[in-house]
Design a protein around this ligand. Structure first.
Ligand code: APR
Length: 257
């Protein structure tokens, strides 16, 4: 049984690689699963962040409204994990595919900034980023790293604007928040014009991001999904591979190096 599973995974990986070989306008849609091998927990995988119901409530838009101090207390550990994380082999695979002229854009649901850190140049962060924030009153932009290190050391509870003293909010899209318009519009356009949609490490259960693979399919692109667990779109995929992204990225990098 195990032997057949391994044989199927190898055949599916070869199939995915043959689709990548034929493509020159690939769009990747990444989720938290692309960063777990960098030490950043995902949300719905085994041991994922949303197993902690309290955290889910605090890290929402209403949670931020209710208690900014509670939001920052609940997010400081995640922020420090993110700031120490390095891009994974799968992030580097996407940079390489861009360099050899096969990849058009990365759409990410992640807020860790690892695609840009790896060297991807066209990244649509449809759920925003933890790296920057804005004043909730005058809109002044801020880098969040210093604030979070002061919160981690206990010197600060809630960052306030240096100009107008109002509370600063990180540029992350929380539950109940609207998506950043420019990033979303760019993501839809990329999905509509790609010749291969590559989903890496997402459960594909959060909308509207989960609609993007089907936009690509409806526009005629094949769909490849690489995810440890089954997703609701596996049946629509040309290839759905249930494997660790580190293994897939290693095989794909070997094929295109
Ligand atoms: N290799 C392959 N797949 C992996 C790996 C790995 N190393 N590690 C985890 N996964 C898979 C998990 O099995 C899971 O199915 O990645 C998927 C991650 O799914 P989620 O945790 O739901 O993350 P994501 O799909 O990005 O969630 C979307 O939900 O809570 C919101 O805003 C949050 O952006 C997030 C959105």
């Amino acid at each position: 049984m195990v032997y057949n599973r391994a044989m199927k995974m190898m055949a599916d990986t070869e199939h995915a690689i043959s689709l990548i070989r034929k493509s020159s306008r690939i769009v990747a849609l990444s989720g938290a699963g692309i960063s777990t091998e960098a030490g950043i927990p995902d949300f719905r995988g085994p041991g994922g962040m949303w197993e902690n119901e309290d955290l889910l409530r605090q890290l929402s838009a209403s949670g931020f409204e209710r208690s900014p101090a509670g939001f920052y207390r609940a997010s400081v550990e995640l922020f420090s994990t993110i700031s120490r994380a390095e891009p994974t082999l799968a992030h580097r695979l996407l940079v390489h595919l861009e360099k050899i002229g096969k990849l058009d854009a990365v759409i990410t649901q992640n807020i860790d900034g690892l695609h840009t850190a790896a060297g991807s140049t066209k990244v649509f962060e449809v759920h925003g980023t933890f790296r920057t924030g804005h004043c909730t009153k005058c809109g002044a932009p801020f880098d969040m790293a210093e604030f979070y290190s002061d919160i981690e050391s206990g010197r600060l509870t809630v960052p306030v604007c240096l100009n107008c003293r109002a509370i600063i909010k990180p540029d992350v899209v929380l539950f109940e928040d609207p998506l950043p318009y420019q990033a979303w519009r760019g993501a839809v356009e990329a999905a509509e014009n790609c010749d291969l949609m590559l989903v890496l490490g997402s459960s594909l259960v959060v909308y509207p991001a989960a609609e993007l693979p089907m936009i690509a399919v409806h526009c005629g692109a094949p769909l490849v999904i690489v995810n440890l667990e089954a997703t609701p779109y596996d049946r629509q995929a040309t290839v759905a591979i249930h494997a660790r992204l580190g293994e897939f990225a290693k095989a794909a990098l070997a094929a295109f190096s």
